[in-house]
Design a protein around this ligand. Structure first.
Ligand code: HEM
Ligand code: CU
Length: 667
């Protein structure tokens, strides 16, 4: 049944390719308002090749400084300070220039900042869907019986929850941050391959639809049902029910055609991830600005480089394994035949990808933590070099530990022992980071703003997640708790504790840069406190549940676990509420938050940490004072009557330039 999909995918790819090319023609159109004297300047948004193909020169910089409009027309007249518009990428999108605006801008852009934002929005939307699954799981687990959803639905929920969170939430959000900030941090004009960048992003929505098609077709079927005839084939797809690890023989045997779509979707998303990874690597190697050498590379860039290296080696393995599985299911191959030990082969292939994957997910979180923590500690990152070395060490070691997921399969005890040793060894570089973070805070001038609250909270939760991981690495312990809620608790302290927390920290830290406004600080603190409490209340009881021996992935459980399970469910609702507060804060502050009138809202100059992305922000801002058009990212900012005057209205008492952002948001 998966055959008709091949032409479908081909059509989608052709359409995407067409879009990318169309965009390119547009930006090289000689009648466009781009200055013909500076072909290099087209580079920023049209993805034109650089004539010299090399590093940026001073000439380039002058050119690019001259046209920070990113495709918009420049105007000679200059606005006064009082007219100063809100500075932020999301502004100035509504005016006529050579660069498309509105929907067309977002559909066709190859600008790294636009694509970064697309990734962030996509990842966020997917994360919301995955979180809905999680809440549905926790709702079912409120009672011991199978009372709310049936067992099939429950199995579908934890499968789609896991897949959605890992492949369509975490990876896209980090890729989005990388897209937006990496070029700014290394002083590059854009990513090395802007159009591949766009294609990599646009492969994600179709792959996500493939992975989660079942629910969509079912909803469609029911809608049609309600008004007309029953369309039988729309009911053919059922939610996949084998868990995110796709273990055979279950996955080979499930008749549900949705499983084939899911495998294709994962393959496609792997392709997209690899494209993104290659782009990041090439960008770091070839697009660094003049002052950026390996020795002055920032810590986030190092993390992204290592992550992309892992992607390069891990994802092709998943892609191949998934195709083998697809062939087993549809074309009669026998890669994973039970008689030949196929299920163990699957586990080896899967975890050879799967363990590096968990580091692909967590290294960017480490990078963000290392990047942002010093800014709020008033001190340089302690032991910078050791953090870089530990990142690289984790990158290498992560390919040598995969069989710790297979201790219970009856493998040779000598092999088991060696995998245990390597797994214990990989804890060392992670601990190095943790101690360096603590040393960075030590005696620092700590500013407990929301980003810092999330980082400190995240480090604390990561310690719990990490230490319980060391227990799991020990064979005798793992044999007891394998497949129980203990494992669920362990990895959620990491995936929620440090991964999601580092994203929240980043969202607050860069909020002024992204939107030109400040978030509501009180809500930020409430969000942080609720999140820290929420994670503990949700996942701490699951350690106990696991130690008491309850297997995971089951919709029902014996009554003696009721209390602990109910506490966990209450915790999950606390977490959900805190995410709601965050979302409200992000959206509402975007509309009404106090306008940031200083390029340095976090006083980074004071501690000599005014890093390159903020310098870029400052250049934009100073240029914006005399020329509001310079701030527009998707075209010109309108003349006087636009954002500028709106802000003057909504932003009462904005006389003092600096005080706005510094003062706590009162809204
Ligand atoms: C509100 C936050 C979250 C809650 C309440 C939650 C809850 C759960 C629950 C109850 C399970 C099922 C355990 C089982 O029966 O085996 C689960 C599984 C899982 N979760 Fe979460 N989760 C949350 C966030 C996340 C995040 C952010 C990620 C990843 C970044 C994630 C990744 C996973 C994975 C990989 C599984 C395993 C799925 C499987 O068994 O195949 N979760 N989660
Ligand atoms: Cu592992």
């Amino acid at each position: 049944m998966s055959l008709p999909l091949v032409p479908l995918l081909a059509v989608v790819s052709v359409l995407l390719g067409g879009l990318a090319c169309w965009r390119r023609r547009e930006s090289t159109d000689p009648t466009a308002t781009e200055s013909p004297r500076h072909p290099a300047s087209l580079r920023t948004d049209g993805g034109e090749e650089r004539p010299d193909g090399g590093r940026r020169t001073d000439e380039d910089r002058r050119v690019s400084e001259e046209r920070r409009t990113d495709g918009g027309e420049r105007r000679a007249d200059s606005g006064s300070e009082s007219q100063m518009p809100v500075i932020g990428t999301l502004y100035g999108r509504e005016h006529k220039t050579s660069k498309p605006y509105g929907l067309m801008r977002w559909l066709t852009s190859v600008d790294h900042k636009d694509i970064g934002i697309l990734y962030l929005i996509f990842g966020l939307a997917a994360g919301m869907w995955g979180a809905t699954d999680a809440m549905m799981i926790r709702t079912e687990l409120f009672t011991p019986g199978t009372d709310v959803w049936n067992a099939e639905t429950y199995n579908g929920l934890f499968t789609t929850h896991g897949l959605t969170m890992l492949f369509f939430f975490v990876t896209p959000v980090f890729t989005g941050l990388a897209n937006y900030f990496l070029p700014l941090l290394i002083d590059a004009e854009d990513m090395a391959f802007p159009r591949i960048n766009a294609i990599a992003f646009w492969l994600l929505p179709p792959s996500f639809v493939l992975v989660r098609a079942g629910l969509l077709t079912e909803v469609l079927a029911k809608v049609i049902d309600a008004v007309g005839p029953r369309v039988e084939f729309l009911y053919a797809l059922e939610p996949p029910t084998m868990g995110w690890t796709l273990y055979t023989p279950l996955t080979t045997q499930l008749a549900n055609p949705q499983v084939d779509l899911l495998l294709l979707g994962l393959h496609l998303s792997g392709l997209a991830t690899i494209m993104g990874g290659v782009n990041i690597i090439v960008t770091i190697f070839t697009e660094r600005g003049e002052g950026v050498s390996w020795s002055t590379l920032d810590i986030l860039t190092w993390s992204l480089l290592t992550t992309s290296g892992l992607i390069l080696f891990a994802f092709p393995v998943l892609g191949s394994a998934v195709l083998m599985l697809l062939f087993d299911r549809n074309f009669g191959t026998t890669f994973f035949a039970v008689e030949a030990g196929g299920p163990i082969l699957w586990q080896h292939l899967f975890w050879f990808f799967g363990h590096p994957e968990v580091y692909i997910l967590v290294l960017p979180a480490f990078g963000l933590t290392s990047q942002i923590l010093p800014k709020f500690s008033g001190r340089k990152l302690f032991g910078f070099k050791f953090i870089v070395y530990s990142t690289l060490a984790i990158g290498v070691l992560s390919f040598g530990v995969w069989a710790h997921h297979m201790f219970a399969t009856g493998m040779d005890p000598r092999l088991r022992a060696s995998f245990m040793v390597v797994t214990l060894a990989i804890a060392v570089p992670s601990a190095v980071k943790t101690f360096n973070w603590m040393a960075t805070i030590w005696n620092g001038n700590v500013k407990l703003e929301a980003p810092m609250q999330f980082l400190v909270g995240g480090i604390g939760l990561f310690v719990v997640g990490g230490v319980t991981g060391i227990f799991l690495a020990s064979v005798p312990v793992d044999l007891v708790v394998h497949g129980t809620y203990y494992v669920v608790a362990h990895f959620h302290f990491i995936v929620v504790g440090i991964i999601a927390f580092s994203m929240f920290a980043a969202s607050y830290y860069w909020y002024p840069l992204l939107t030109g406004r400040m978030y509501n600080k009180r809500l930020g603190t409430i969000h942080a406190v609720l999140s820290i409490v929420g994670v503990n209340v949700t996942f701490m009881p699951l350690f106990l549940v696991g130690l008491m021996g309850l297997p995971r992935r089951s919709a029902q459980y014996p009554v003696e676990f009721t209390l602990l399970q109910q506490v966990a469910t209450v915790g999950a609702f606390i977490l959900a509420a805190s995410v709601g507060i965050w979302l409200f804060n992000m959206v509402n502050s975007f509309r009404t938050g106090p306008v940031v009138r200083t390029p340095d809202p976090w006083d980074l100059k004071e501690s000599n940490q005014f890093s390159r992305e903020w310098q870029w922000f400052e250049r934009r801002m100073t240029e914006g004072l005399s020329n509001p058009q310079a701030l527009a990212d998707g075209g010109r900012v309108a003349d006087g009557e636009s954002d500028a005057s709106n802000d003057a209205g909504s932003d009462a008492g904005a006389g003092d330039e600096d005080s706005d952002a510094d003062a706590d948001a009162e809204n």
